[in-house]
Design a protein around this ligand. Structure first.
Ligand code: ZN
Length: 404
């Protein structure tokens, strides 16, 4: 149980601040995780105590956590405690809560940490976006995570859950929760949920629904719909995002549903969400040498599919950068699950440690490509090109370029 502000917590809090300060001073990264780890080592209950008496919204799922959390923070208005660096395990959450005393907190949480973090923070509002394979070497985890979420939510009687009704694994995870606001939002990627989590028979999908012969099906008590218009729990909202793509509209619909459950004025919230232009360096136009590009993060097949669907079919050059380091997963064969066929008609410039693996995949997809071994050979485009990069490649390109 949270014990309030004890002497031990006070020391631990100061330690987080000091270690993070020293870490930044010595350029050992942003310092958010290091300080959090020290704090938790000194006071294991620190996360619980820091979250005590705050209004906490948790956001979890394979794709869209950072963007949805940013939308919730923006839509809430005023000061909001949030782990906007993307450090989404307990040490990062501790650092975020030490850094802000705001009563409102939105925390993106790594999927596998959600049960522990829910218990520690006592969060009453939990937003579940989607579940798909992330890195290939973690493929088996998706269903195990759905089972762990299900066990958590079956017992979290006080929690309000916001859940994606079009993702069968999310529905399986949330269907035993006491209070669920089901969101009917575009979810094109269901490849990781082709068989029923209850009985393993194949699921049936139509454009607007899905079901299993055993009776497991899309919920029909939908709270939020996003088709031609967005209606959040009975309130029509004028969604006009500056961020691209249907998946960002889906993220916004779920963010606004979460905000409606903590009593935020939705008209104000949607205006603030509409105004967002960039999230943690994503989507913004950046400059590198004489080139300009829009930097897009895509880490897995579902994320890539969503990002490819945002591109205009205008034959423009597209840059794709693929690494396969520890944070990316060492096995790049997930590239074969990405619908790169969508890039036919474009010329793709292949960057990153695994540019040859990417080029081979594009060859099979019948897409025009160039393997970039010499940076000076890249043509300069009149308009910013799209640069899709997986995790460490994204960080490299963000460091290498500057905002413009
Ligand atoms: Zn079934």
């Amino acid at each position: 149980m949270p014990s309030g502000s004890s002497f031990r917590d006070d020391i631990a809090r100061r330690a987080v601040v000091t270690v993070n300060f020293l870490s930044r001073l010595t350029s050992r990264g942003g310092g958010t995780v290091v300080g959090g780890r020290v704090g938790l080592a000194l006071a294991p209950e620190l996360l619980a105590d820091l979250a005590h008496r705050r209004d906490v919204i948790l956001v979890s799922g394979t794709n869209g956590k950072t963007t949805t959390s940013a939308m919730i923070a923006a839509g809430w208005g005023g000061a909001v405690a949030t782990n906007d660096t993307g450090s989404n395990m307990p040490a990062g959450l501790v650092a975020a809560l030490v850094a802000s005393k705001s009563h409102s907190a939105v925390l993106e949480v790594d999927e596998s940490w959600l049960p522990d973090v829910t218990q520690a923070t006592g969060a009453r509002t939990i937003t579940l976006l989607n579940l798909s394979r992330d890195q290939l070497d973690r493929a088996n985890e998706v269903r195990r995570i759905a089972d762990r979420w299900r066990a958590l939510l079956a017992n979290a009687r006080e929690s309000q859950v916001i859940a994606n009704a079009n993702d069968p694994l999310v529905v399986y995870a949330a269907e035993l929760a006491t209070s669920v606001a089901w969101c009917d939002v575009p979810t094109p990627w269901t490849t990781d949920a082709v068989s029923c989590p209850h009985c393993t028979q194949p699921l049936h999908f139509t454009e607007s629904s899905w079901w299993c012969d055993c009776g497991f099906a899309k919920p029909n008590n939908i709270a939020t719909t996003l088709r031609d218009n967005l209606v959040v729990r009975g309130t029509p909202l004028a969604l006009d995002l500056k961020l691209p793509g249907a998946f960002n509209q889906a993220n916004a619909a779920m963010a606004l549903t979460a905000l409606s459950l903590v009593g935020v004025d939705l008209a104000l919230a949607v205006a603030r969400v509409n105004a967002l232009t960039s999230v943690a360096g994503r989507y913004s136009v950046r400059r590198w040498r004489s080139h300009r590009f829009r930097l897009l993060l895509a880490k897995n097949p579902a994320g890539f599919a969503a990002m490819l669907l945002t591109l205009e079919r205008d034959g423009s050059n597209v840059w794709v950068a693929i690494n396969a380091r520890v944070a990316d997963g060492h096995d790049p064969s997930w590239l074969y699950d990405v619908p790169f066929e969508l890039l036919r008609g474009h010329r793709v410039f292949c960057f990153g440690d695994r540019r040859l693996d990417l080029a081979t995949r594009l060859e099979y997809a019948n897409v025009d490509y160039v393997v970039v071994n010499d940076d000076s050979s890249i043509p300069v485009s009149a308009v910013p090109v799209a640069l899709l990069a997986n995790y460490t490649a994204f960080q490299e390109w963000r460091t290498r370029s500057r905002a413009c």
